[in-house]
Design a protein around this ligand. Structure first.
Ligand code: ATP
Ligand code: MG
Length: 313
């Protein structure tokens, strides 16, 4: 059975973690060996499953369900150390302290955490695929996630540029120093390896047979706008969002005058959702009377998730 990969995205607070958890719970109940990964810096999945938080580790939760909470700070340290390791032997010994100092500075620069989170996500995608039937990524709010998902595409182009420059430099050196004889270039090798890794992830993300994108939104103005933009952006990079989970829909019954009015406003938004996302599978979940905190809450929530067949392909 090919491992199916699911990304759950959406604006802050709409119910991404709850949906990802419900999906994971459902799959594991169906007998699928399931891995639930959180890439959100402010996540609470361990909480939801009443587990002690152990970031950066695989936590078995119950039969067939494993949790991995990614800690961006921890990943950044790990990532920078890896880069330092790659630099070993490539940089003159007298320069190494300076290079390390620069790398330590990079670790607090914008983008470093994203790169590190991406690195871990990539590793999980490539290395864990053959161990699980389903891998679900609970992602950070939209902007972050989009940047993360389109990274392989952008990095691919960037890597090509880097490789080309490196090749030219090496050629010039060879002409100058070794009578044109081509020497092995370890930096070129490192760049090639990374390029291959990015290409592999790009292929995976675009494979709509095995990779699925679900967006969660609430029937409100901003989540609709943000989701519309995100779906279009992903589409332009060849990633097709097939499912929209409309969460926190006000139930129809027993509404007082305040809630009746709110429901009226909501109806207009629900119509808008139907129009904008007409070709997507829409799945509705009511606003529940309490927060989703326990396993039984997740179970109740999961019952509302009406998923299309294509998710099980
Ligand atoms: N259908 C629902 N009914 C009632 N409460 C809900 C429902 N769905 C989610 N919630 C609650 O809404 C809050 C936000 O949900 P959740 O944490 O899943 O959102 P999120 O999109 O992951 O947020 P963040 O962007 O902060 O990661 C939580 O307290 C959750 O219990
Ligand atoms: Mg969340």
């Amino acid at each position: 059975m090919t491992c199916q990969v699911y990304f759950v995205g959406g604006k802050g607070g709409v119910g991404k973690s709850t949906t990802a958890a419900a999906l994971a719970y459902r799959f594991s109940k169906e007998g699928k060996n399931t891995l639930l990964v959180s890439t959100d810096p402010a996540h609470n999945l361990a909480d939801l499953f009443q587990q002690k938080e152990k970031k950066g580790q695989y936590i078995p939760v119950q039969n067939g369900l494993t949790l991995f909470e990614l800690d961006p700070d921890q990943e950044t340290v790990h990532y920078i150390n890896q880069v330092k390791e790659n630099m070993k032997g490539l940089v003159k010994a007298t320069m190494i302290d300076e290079v390390h100092r620069q790398l330590d500075l990079v670790s607090s620069s914008p983008g470093a955490q994203e790169a590190a989170v991406f690195e871990r996500m990539t590793t999980i995608l490539i290395e864990e695929r053959n161990k699980y039937d389903a891998i679900i990524f609970d992602t950070a709010p939209t902007g972050h996630t989009i940047r993360l998902l389109v990274l392989p595409e952008l990095m691919g182009i960037w890597m090509d540029g880097l490789l080309e420059r490196r090749r030219k430099v090496q050629e010039n050196y060879s002409q100058l120093l070794y009578d044109g004889e081509v020497r092995e270039d370890p930096i070129y090798e490192v760049l090639q390896r990374r390029k291959r890794k990015f290409a592999q992830v790009r292929e995976l993300l675009k494979d709509s047979e095995t990779t699925h994108f679900l967006f969660v939104l609430n029937p409100e103005r901003l989540p609709i706008l943000e989701t519309k933009k995100a779906v279009e952006q992903l589409q332009s990079f060849g990633m097709n969002v097939k499912i929209i989970v409309v969460n926190k829909v006000i139930p129809e019954a027993n509404l007082d005058s305040f809630w009746s009015k709110r429901k009226e406003v909501e109806r207009a938004y629900l119509d808008e959702i139907k129009t904008i996302f007409s070709i997507k599978h829409l799945c509705y979940i009511p606003l529940l009377s309490n927060d989703i905190r326990s396993l039984s809450d997740i179970e109740a929530y999961a019952k509302y998730l009406e998923l299309p067949e294509m998710l099980y392909s």
